[in-house]
Structures are given as C-alpha cells and as structure tokens.
Design a protein around this ligand. Structure first.
Ligand code: NAD
Length: 409
C-alpha cells in the first residue's frame, strides 16, 4: 500500500463514520494544485545537474497552504500527496487558520556539500516561487531540512519578490525571524498530547517504558522529555539501527554523542538492535518518529505497547491500525500528536507578520492550551462516535473542513 492510498483509506473510514457531505469528500480526495519541477543545480566540480522536486497544494479552504519540505532519496509524488493531505487534516485538528501543502526534492542531501545544498535550495525556491508566499503557501522544515535551509529559502524568495517576506516560510533560525521553541515544538507538543492519554491509559513512569524509532529533530526531543519526566527510554534508533537497554538509556548522553559523532554510540550496558526489533519490543509506549509505513500488519500483531504515539507522519498502515485496535492498543494519531510543529510554525508566521519576537515561555504558553484543546476534542469524539483515535481526529478535522469548503462553492 502506498502512503497516499493509506491516507485515502483513512479519509474514507472517517467520512463513512460521520456521514461526510459527498462534495466535501470529493474535494478532499483531490489536490487543488500539483507542482512538479526540474531544476538545475551548480555542483562543486562546475557541472550542472538536474533535480526533481514537488509542491503539492492540497486544500486552502481554511487558509494558506502550509506544510514542510522534505529532502530525501525516496521522495516521490505519491508520498508528497499523502503528506500534503495529512497537513490539511492536521491544521484543521490543531484549529489553526491554514490549509495543507507539502513539498520535497528527490535527493540524498548527505551526498551534497554545503554549497551544493544551498544551490539546490535556492534553485528549488526559484522554481516554486510563483506558487508560494506568506498568504498563499508557507513551507517549513521536514525530514532532512533545517532552519539554515529555511533561511536560504526566505532569502531567495525575498530576491524574487524584490523585498523581504520572512513569513513565506517557517522554521527559520532565530536570527532570521524564526520562533523561539520551533526546534523542540514537535516533541514538546507530542508530550502535551501524551499527557492527555497518560491519565486515560494509566501510563505512569513506574510501569511504562518507552521505545523511540527515529532519532532526529522530533525523536530526540520526545525521548529527552520522556527521560526528563522519569520514564525509562529503553530503546532508540536511527536509519543505521538502534540501541536497547532494559534498564533505560541515558538519553542526554545518547543525544550528546549523536550530535558529536553523527551516530548512535553504544554504551557498555546497551546492545544493538534493528529497527524492526525495536517496534516489537516489550514496552508501554512505542514512539515511531522516523518515516511512514513502518508498523505494517505483520509488525502490528507483535506490538506489545499499550500506546503508539505517532510522532512520525503515517507510520501505521490501515491494516495495522485494525489489528492494533482489535488487540486493544491505543494509537494516538500523527495528525494530532505531531501538530505542535505546525502550531508553533503558525505562531512564527504570526510573529513575522506583526513584527514581534516572543520568548520561549510565551510561545509554549500559547502552544499548550492549543494542544490540550485539540487532544480533548479528539478523545471526546472517539468516545461519542465509538471510533479509534485516528478516526476521531479525522472527524474533528473534517467537520471544520466541511464548514470551510461549503463556503468556497
Ligand atoms: P529528521 O530528519 O530530523 O530525523 C529523522 C530520523 O529518522 C533520523 O534519526 C533518521 O536517521 C531516522 N530514519 C531515517 N530513515 C529511517 C529508517 N528507515 N528507520 C529508522 N529510522 C530512520 O526528521 P524529523 O524532523 O525528526 O521528522 C521525523 C518524522 O516526524 C517525519 O515523519 C516527519 O514528517 C515528522 N514530523 C516532524 C516535524 C518536525 O517539526 N520536525 C513535524 C511534524 C512531523
């Protein structure tokens, strides 16, 4: 199953459960605009090489398109369409005034030098410049894209417009108009959501261990927060594989070494495990924080966690969802769990538009009630409709999207 067909299955399930208006459903099955670009990049040896990129603008009924840019060797149109659709749902669950979009370039950025990465970002920005803008489509970071890359994008877009427009992109460095707290917002937001499920499921630090797959921006922060709140994080992994220690890993040290060496460094107590093994570990809380489609039907039947906290986008296939639901595993869905990132992006966009810079405390004071509202809306609807948490999140979003879409007809 492709990520996009999974996304459409999720849409259909929720639409059926809530009797969604048929026009709204058809609108949400189609993007408003698909942009595919081939653009040249000057390489260090003086040659020019073409790269392929995408910007998919799914829906703008609730506001400008919003969503990240991914630089990854496997990025293709199907993936970007799925991510763009999920952004539409996510912004509606978070109740922020944005629609959904997503973009990406098919490239392994680790094979590029820093000047080549900058050339690629600037050339891609020029290719999509006619369809982005602070009130039209606002990109952000995603897998393998950084605040530095967002700065290059903002700078190049400013040249295209003939004047600076920092609110064209979020996730910039603080010096270039980024928001305090954006770097840790996804992990922090996910922890606020976890807190809403913690009480419901009785997941306290004494009885619940944690396994985190993916140790990048989002994965490191959620692992750090669990560790900080007294949970034993027994396993973490990155694309090279993982570490496992039944007694709990020293997460601040694992983060320090990962930053220093670029790798997960094994301590004397830890053993190496594969990514697949990590998903099947006996633990209370499983936190996929890497890529999509990792919890397949086969993996799901061996998941032992009580809660799957989806920090990654689309980590669980629809078949796996059904198996997890049957075996009583709660899945806190991606469109809710990782919406802290886009919510702080919204706060960055607001700050840029009014020329203010808020402290991290102010940012998180705004983020927390927004995440709490979103979590309680989803949990309430799950009870009201007797559906899974994912279907509930979709129902919350679809009700809001339905109202907005009807006004556009
Ligand atoms: P990142 O590039 O910082 O980190 C990705 C991590 O996943 C890295 O540790 C990488 O080694 C690991 N990884 C890559 N391929 C893997 C594989 N096959 N198996 C196991 N691990 C693998 O990316 P990120 O920003 O942390 O994003 C991670 C996920 O969270 C993505 O699904 C992304 O869409 C989602 N997300 C991120 C944000 C954000 O603000 N960063 C917001 C919303 C959603």
């Amino acid at each position: 199953m492709s990520a996009f067909s999974n996304a459409m299955r999720q849409l259909d399930l929720a639409a059926t459960a809530m009797h969604l208006d048929s026009f709204t459903l058809e609108r949400l099955r189609r993007p408003e605009r698909l942009v595919e670009v081939d653009f040249p990049v000057k390489m260090d040896d003086g040659s020019l090489k073409f790269f392929h990129g995408y910007r998919v603008q799914w829906n703008s009924a609730r506001g400008p398109y919003k969503g990240g840019l991914r630089f990854h060797a496997q990025t293709d149109l199907d993936e970007v369409k799925a991510l763009s659709f999920w952004m539409t749902i996510k912004c509606a669950v978070a109740n922020i005034p944005f629609g959904g979009g997503k973009g990406g370039v098919t490239v392994n950025p680790k094979e590029l030098s820093k000047p080549e990465l900058e050339n690629l970002t600037r050339s891609f920005t020029r290719s999509i410049a006619p369809v982005i803008g602070q009130d039209l489509d606002v990109p952000a970071p995603d897998v393998n894209t950084t605040p530095q890359i967002m700065d290059w994008l903002a700078d190049e877009f400013g040249k295209y417009k003939g004047q600076p427009e920092p609110a064209v992109v979020t996730g910039k460095t603080i010096e270039h108009g980024g928001s305090e707290g954006r770097g840790t917002a996804t992990g922090q937001g996910a922890f606020y959501v976890f807190d809403a499920y913690r009480a419901k499921l009785g997941l306290d630090p004494e009885s619940s261990t944690v396994a985190v797959q993916g140790f990048g921006n989002a994965g490191q922060e959620i692992a750090r927060l669990f560790h900080h709140h007294g949970y034993k994080v027994i396993a973490v992994s990155d694309s090279q594989g993982g570490l496992h220690d039944e007694n709990g890993l020293d997460i601040p040290e694992v983060i320090r070494l990962k930053k220093e060496t670029g790798h997960l460094v094994r301590s004397a107590e830890a053993r190496e495990i594969s990514n697949d093994e990590l998903l099947r570990l006996a633990c209370g809380i499983l936190v996929p924080s890497a890529l999509e489609n990792v919890i397949t039907a086969e993996v799901a039947s061996e998941v032992k966690a009580k809660l799957v906290l989806e920090v990654a986008n689309g980590p669980t296939t629809p078949e796996a969802d059904m198996i997890l639901a049957k075996q009583g595993t709660t899945v806190a869905p991606d469109v809710l769990v990782n919406s802290g990132g886009v919510t702080v992006s919204y706060l960055e966009w607001q700050q840029n538009k009014i020329g203010e810079h808020w402290s991290e405390t102010e940012v998180f004071q705004r983020l927390k009630p927004m995440m709490d509202d979103a979590s309680s809306a989803v949990i309430r609807v799950a009870e009201e409709f007797a559906v899974t948490q994912r279907e509930a999140a979709f129902i919350v979003a679809l009700k809001r999207l339905d109202q907005a879409i009807r006004k556009t007809i």
